[in-house]
Design a protein around this ligand. Structure first.
Ligand code: 5RP
Length: 219
């Protein structure tokens, strides 16, 4: 199976986690896009969706799914999203698509986080995928210097602005052995809006697309 077929398979499997008559939290990225396409097939059973990016909101609306804000929906029963890396402890690196801030907010407001990934995303140690950090523009250089002090090598994501009008630093060179600790440390640096570690609020369920089928994992 190709990577795209594995992504499609997990997107399909995620539909089983969607309760009837609710607003669904929807992530961002190619796997989330496949999930949106599957969600469209059961759109008459749900009330609508809360999107973690403008791109996902556009795709949802394109399928005729109502998109509401998190302020309108209140807390959500379930959030479905991909990841750039995930461990068996359900800790993740996210933000490859630059939507990490809204993803973290929607995940925090959701009872269950269902992560949908192809098998290449499962790792023993996070950090091979550069860790995205969203920063406000005037703090870019300061945050970069603070990251260097912590042993990381930050690179500005050229020509990219987030949905919130901010910049992304992609941090290379970290073996992230304690993701909860690093997430907390980064959260205390002034100018960082969000870091792409999702460890304090990990996924609850991982649907992993493998050559042997979709595996369901929990921490
Ligand atoms: C976007 C994300 C995505 O979940 C992550 O980049 C995975 O994307 P894909 O499903 O395309 O591999 O965090 O900000």
């Amino acid at each position: 199976m190709t990577q795209d077929e594995l992504k499609q398979a997990v997107a399909k499997a995620a539909i089983e986690h969607i309760p009837a008559d609710c607003y669904v939290g929807v992530g961002t990225g190619s796997t989330a896009n496949y999930f949106i396409d599957e969600l469209a097939k059961i759109k008459h059973k749900i009330r609508g969706a809360v999107a973690s990016s403008e791109a996902s909101a556009k795709r949802l609306r394109g399928h005729g799914i109502e998109v509401v804000t998190l302020n309108e929906s209140g807390d959500l029963p379930v959030y479905v999203d991909g990841a750039d890396e995930i461990t068996r402890h359900m800790h993740m690196v996210k933000g490859g698509g630059g939507a990490l801030t809204r993803e973290k907010v929607v995940a925090a407001a959701s009872k269950k986080f269902v992560c949908v990934c192809d098998a290449s995303k499962l790792v023993d140690v996070l950090g091979k995928f550069p860790l995205p950090i969203e920063v406000i523009p005037m703090a870019r250089s300061f945050v970069a210097r603070e990251v260097v002090k912590l042993g990381g090598q930050p690179a500005l994501r050229e020509g990219f602005t987030t949905d919130n009008g901010n910049l992304i630093l992609d941090v290379h060179g970290w073996d992230i052995l304690n993701p909860v600790e690093l997430e907390t440390t980064l959260d205390h640096i002034a100018g960082i809006v969000t870091n792409g570690l999702f460890a304090r609020r990990p996924a609850d369920v991982l649907l992993l697309g493998t050559a042997d089928g979709v595996k369901t994992m929990t921490a």
